[in-house]
Ligand binder design. Structure first.
Ligand code: C5P
Length: 397
C-alpha cells in the first residue's frame, strides 16, 4: 500500500463532515499509515476525541497546553516527523486562519509551525454559499498560492438541505488523493489516453454481445498515470466501477463508439494504453425491435468486423507511444510476442485472460523489442504503478 508507513497528522475542524473524518482515520490506519489526530474545539462539538482515538489507536490532541507533552510544545513536536498534515474537514473559518497565519489554538499553531518540508493538504467542507462567497474564494486562491493543496470540495446535497459545491470529498476519494499526492510524478506534463472495460454490441434493444472484462486493470492504470502526474482521459466501456478521481471520463458502449472517442482525442496524446477488451465483431444490423422467439428457428445473425482501434492508432503518421494488452488463454509467450509485432507497437502487456477478468490481482508479462519480462502476481493497483514506471522510463529514453 502506498500509504504504508506514512505518518499523517489528521486535523479536524468544526463541521458536520467530521463524521466522515472518522471513516477517513480508519481508512488511513487500514492502509498502514500512522495517524495522529488533532481536533479543534468546534470539531469536538460534532464528534468526540474518544471515537478518533479508538480508530487511530493513538491519543487525540485538542489543547495547546496538553500536559502529555512534557515540554509543552505539542505544536512543534507533532509535526517534526510527519509526512503530511491533512485538515479534513477544513471549515471556512479555518481556511481564513491558515491564510492569516493565525496561531490561537493547537491545530492552527501546528500548521504555522510545521516545517516547510511537511506538506499541508486541506479538504474544505461548508455550505455552498460560504464556499461561493468572494471572501472564501480569495482565501482558497491564497492557500493555493501558498503551496497548500486543496482537495475538493465536491458538489452534491448538503447536510443543511441546500445543494452545490461545498461537500467534503468522500473518505475513499480523500485516500485516493493522498495516495496520488505521494506518488513520484514520473509522467508529469504527459497526456495519456486509456481504454478500459468491455464493449457491448447490441443484437436488439435488450440483448447484446459483451465479455467478462471488469475494467479494473484499465481503471487502475488510469489512476496510476494520473497519480504519476499525467493528464488522463479514460474511454470506458460499460463497467460497474466508480470513475477515478481527477480523470476525464468518456463513457461509450460499442466498439465503434470507442473508436470514434479515441480518434477524436488521439492527436493531443503522448501515450495511448489500450486495455479495453474490444469486441472483434458486431452484429451487422441490430434489430430495432426485440427479436421474438420462434420455436425451432434461432435467428441467423450476420457479423462484421469492428475497427482495430490500437492497430489504427499505431499506424498513424505520428502515433503516441502505444501500449497494447493481450488476454490469451494459452501460449502467452509466443502469442504475446507475435501480437506486439503484428500490431506494430513498442510495448505489449500479456496476461492470461480467464485468470484476470474481474479479479483484483493479476500477473503480467511485458513484451518489447528486447524480449519479455514478467511482472509477478500482485494487486492490479500495484501492477498499474509498475507499468506506468516502465512506460515513463521508455518514453524518456
Ligand atoms: O487483437 P487483440 O484483440 O487480441 O488485441 C488486443 C489489444 O488490442 C488490446 O490492447 C485491445 O485494447 C486492442 N484492441 C483494440 N481494438 C480492437 C481490438 C483490440 O484497440 N478492435
Amino acid at each position: 500500500m502506498k500509504l504504508a508507513g506514512k505518518r499523517i497528522v489528521l486535523g479536524l475542524t468544526g463541521g458536520i463532515a467530521c463524521y466522515k473524518a472518522a471513516e477517513l482515520a480508519r481508512g488511513l490506519v487500514k492502509a498502514g499509515a500512522s495517524v495522529q489526530v488533532v481536533m479543534t474545539e468546534a470539531a469536538r462539538q460534532f464528534i468526540t476525541p474518544v471515537t478518533l482515538q479508538a480508530l487511530s489507536g493513538r491519543p487525540v490532541f485538542t489543547d495547546q497546553w496538553d500536559s502529555r507533552i512534557s515540554n509543552n510544545m505539542a505544536h512543534i513536536d507533532l509535526t517534526r516527523d510527519a509526512d503530511a498534515v491533512l485538515i479534513a474537514p477544513c471549515s471556512a473559518d479555518f481556511m481564513r486562519k491558515l491564510v492569516h497565519g493565525a496561531a490561537d489554538d493547537l491545530l492552527s499553531t501546528l500548521c504555522l509551525a510545521r516545517p516547510a518540508t511537511v506538506p499541508l493538504l486541506v479538504a474544505p467542507a461548508m455550505n455552498v454559499e460560504m464556499w461561493e462567497n468572494p471572501a472564501t474564494r480569495r482565501n482558497a486562491d491564497q492557500l493555493r498560492s501558498d503551496g497548500i493543496t486543496l482537495l475538493g470540495p465536491v458538489a452534491g446535497e448538503q447536510a443543511c438541505g441546500e445543494t452545490g459545491l461545498g461537500r467534503m470529498m468522500e473518505p475513499e476519494s480523500l485516500l485516493e488523493e493522498l495516495q496520488a499526492f505521494f506518488q513520484p510524478k514520473l509522467l508529469r506534463g504527459s497526456r495519456v489516453l486509456v481504454t478500459a472495460g468491455p464493449t457491448f454490441e447490441p443484437i436488439d434493444p435488450v440483448r447484446g454481445i459483451t465479455n467478462l472484462s471488469s475494467g479494473k486493470m484499465g481503471y487502475a492504470i488510469a489512476r496510476a498515470a494520473r497519480s504519476a502526474g499525467a493528464e488522463v482521459t479514460l474511454v470506458s466501456g460499460p463497467t460497474a466501477l466508480a470513475a477515478p478521481n481527477g480523470v476525464r471520463m468518456l463513457p461509450v458502449t460499442t466498439a465503434r463508439e470507442m473508436h470514434a472517442a479515441v480518434m477524436s482525442e488521439i492527436a493531443a496524446q503522448q501515450v495511448f494504453i489500450a486495455v479495453a477488451a474490444v469486441a472483434d465483431w458486431r452484429v451487422s444490423e441490430a434489430s430495432s425491435q426485440k427479436i421474438k422467439k420462434q420455436d425451432g428457428s434461432p435467428p441467423a445473425l450476420a457479423f462484421e468486423q469492428n475497427p482495430d482501434i490500437l492497430a489504427e492508432v499505431a499506424a498513424l503518421p505520428a502515433p503516441p507511444y502505444c501500449v497494447g494488452f493481450a488476454a490469451e488463454s494459452e501460449h502467452l509467450l509466443e502469442h504475446g510476442a507475435a501480437k506486439r509485432r503484428r500490431k506494430n507497437i513498442p510495448l505489449l502487456v500479456g496476461n492470461i485472460g480467464h485468470q484476470t477478468f474481474g479479479k483484483d490481482d493479476n500477473e503480467l508479462v511485458l513484451f518489447d523489442d528486447t524480449g519479455h519480462y514478467p511482472l509477478p502476481r500482485a494487486g492490479k493497483d500495484m501492477l498499474a504503478d509498475r507499468l506506468v514506471a516502465e512506460i515513463a522510463q521508455r518514453i524518456r529514453t
